[in-house]
Design a protein around this ligand. Structure first.
Ligand SMILES: C[S@@+](CC[C@H](N)C(=O)[O-])C[C@H]1O[C@@H](n2cnc3c(N)ncnc32)[C@H](O)[C@@H]1O
Length: 247
């Protein structure tokens, strides 16, 4: 009886949140956020390409926490979810969705309201796996923020970001006018893959792999093997890319 009462209360709370992530909760209750469950599941399979069981995971910019809870579900020993912009900062999001899922899953994921530049390995320690997903293009200083994320990482840094300038061989970043990228004035910079490789090498990663995100079907990395590559790729296009960087 108590369980039924709780489930009813959870349903009411679910509709009161403006969701970014989608979820399927125990009991098959579904939450449909801006990012679909299909995309989230496809991304998770590409992010967690190695066994996370027993590992410590830091999720920077966790928002509703889909990937934090997914790391926990896949057996991570410790997960710390952090955010600021959409938890208590100027973003339109809140932490209500994260907290609701946390209760529904009886999760042990830890949280900290902190900006990426406020992360410190001296106070928080380093994590085996660091998730830096969908954050890089939102920050005004991507070099410093990527370095701050890298500092927290013992072994494997997973980045998901918008990338640009696929035909540019010089390491470069493209700056967007306010609102130009996705009609979102909080989008600033997109690096090309070469720039990501240079930064990650500088921050001490010995191996870097770039793969297309499942949301970018016509990603240049999918076209590279064709002889007409330069003709087929739009250098002004934007592409979502997943990077695995290893110490
Ligand atoms: C597009 S959402 C990505 C959410 C989630 N990581 C994902 O990939 O689905 C961008 C996230 O970055 C967070 N964010 C933006 N600027 C940040 C900053 N300076 N420090 C930490 N998080 C930030 C936002 O609050 C938001 O949660």
């Amino acid at each position: 009886m108590t369980g039924e009462a709780n489930m009813t209360a959870e349903l009411i709370d679910t509709t009161s949140v403006r969701w970014f992530h989608s979820f399927e909760l125990p009991g098959s209750q579904r939450i449909d956020g801006i990012k679909s469950l299909n995309i989230l599941r496809a991304e998770a399979d590409l992010f967690f390409n190695e066994d996370v069981s027993g590992k410590s995971v830091l999720d920077i910019g966790a928002w509703d926490g889909y990937f934090s809870f997914e790391a926990e579900r896949r057996g991570a020993a410790r997960v710390l979810a952090t955010d600021h912009f959409c938890w208590s900062g100027p973003g339109w999001g809140t932490k209500d969705g994260f907290d609701l899922i946390h209760r529904a899953l009886e999760s042990r994921v830890e949280t900290l309201d902190v900006d990426v530049m406020g992360l410190s390995p001296a106070s928080l320690g380093e994590f085996d796996i660091v998730l830096f997903l969908g954050v890089l293009y939102h920050v005004k200083d991507p070099y410093a923020c990527l370095e701050a994320a890298a500092r927290m990482c013992k072994n494997h840094l997973i980045i998901e970001t918008v990338t640009a300038l696929p035909l540019e061989t010089i390491p470069a970043m493209r700056l967007y006018r306010p609102g130009e990228l996705g009609d979102d004035p909080t989008n600033f910079w997109a690096p090309n893959i070469s720039a990501l490789e240079v930064m990650l090498d500088t921050f001490g990663f010995s191996k870097v792999e770039a793969i297309p995100s499942p949301v970018s079907q016509s990603h240049p990395l999918n076209k590279k093997s064709t002889p007409s590559f330069r003709r087929r790729v739009d250098n002004n296009g934007t592409y979502r890319t997943i990077i695995h960087a290893y110490r």
